[in-house]
Ligand binder design. Structure first.
Ligand SMILES: [Zn+2]
Length: 317
């Protein structure tokens, strides 16, 4: 039995109507072409409609006239249909309209016969995504969590995470069995490909700090890609980011029944020193850590059978 998590809404949606026309292609998608050789870099917000921090970050980049000095820069608001339905009394409901936009990025699904608001939008964005070399996808979490980069399992994802150097937690994760994320679409999930993508979780959806994390991650990403020239230094927060910790997810623990209960409260990134430590029970079933220094990543607050209880990981660097 859990108490439903009721967040305080410090951070709500920001107006994005000014960016609807974009650059003449899909609505709410703006591509700036420097006219010089270089990569196509994309920052995407609102893959999930209620993850408003990404919209704040893009508005910050627009308002500060961040433009590419080489290659092309695309700033995209993805699931706008869901975002525009945001209702502060039901703040989790605008994650999507028909289905999760971040589970449809499999060519077989995109080319398939089914249809939804999200598939229509994904099909509209797909030709553009096919030309992107480096992608940063801005997200936030339902529960309070330390900000983290989800680097996927390709070496280029991890290299990009290390090169950006922010935020401090980097997680090597295999993605979702329930459908492919944009981050793992085609070339982004191919270890042989030079293209790379990252997903950043900027903290809880409605915390003010999530917007600051999204902005800083976007700026450090652009700085690393050498996209915005020296003027970006004026926008970057001062100080050096904390040293990164890379955790490799080895196991995703599912909730089998509503009797599942953690032995204590976890906030995420706790390290359990001793292998075999009991961390949860479900009736007679005991859940114990499989190795020493086991990291608890994104523990669930809402115990619902079928959902993920926690991811277990090892610190690798
Ligand atoms: Zn998300």
């Amino acid at each position: 039995m859990t108490i439903p998590y009721v967040p305080v809404i410090e951070l709500g949606p920001c107006p994005i109507g000014a960016y609807r026309a974009g650059s003449g292609g899909p609505e709410y998608v703006t591509t700036y072409d420097s006219g010089k050789p270089g990569p196509h870099v994309m920052i995407n917000a609102l893959t999930h409609g209620n993850e408003v921090c990404g919209a704040h970050a893009l508005c910050f980049l627009f308002e500060n006239n961040v433009r590419p000095v080489r290659g092309k820069l695309t700033l995209s608001f993805a699931n706008v249909a869901a975002y525009l339905r945001f209702d502060p009394s039901l703040p989790f409901d605008s994650r999507f309209v028909d289905e999760d936009f971040n589970r449809v990025w499999d060519p077989a699904v995109l080319d398939g016969a089914s249809d939804s608001v999200e598939l229509t939008r994904a099909r509209e964005l797909r030709p553009l995504i096919d030309t992107v070399d480096l992608l940063l996808d801005l997200h936030s979490t339902s529960l309070p969590n330390a900000p983290m980069l989800l680097a996927g399992t390709t070496s280029q994802g991890l290299e990009l995470a290390r090169a950006i150097g922010y935020p401090a937690q980097v997680v090597i994760d295999a993605g979702h069995a329930s459908g492919k994320r944009m981050r793992d679409y085609e070339r982004f999930g191919d270890p042989q490909s030079p293209q790379a993508s990252l997903l950043v979780e900027c903290g809880q959806h409605f915390e003010k700090s999530a917007a600051a994390v999204a902005i800083e991650t976007a700026l450090r990403f652009l700085d690393h890609c050498d996209m915005a020239g020296p003027s970006i230094q004026e926008l970057l927060p001062s100080g050096t980011p904390a040293r990164q910790i890379v955790t490799h997810i080895t196991e995703v623990v599912a909730i089998d029944s509503e009797n599942f209960a953690f032995e204590r409260e976890f906030e995420g990134f706790e390290i359990i020193a001793q292998s075999g430590t009991l961390y949860a029970r479900d009736g007679d079933t005991e859940y114990r850590t499989p190795y020493d220094n086991c990291v608890m990543v994104m523990p669930a607050y809402d115990i619902q059978p079928g959902l993920t209880a926690v991811r277990l990981g090892r610190i690798v660097e």
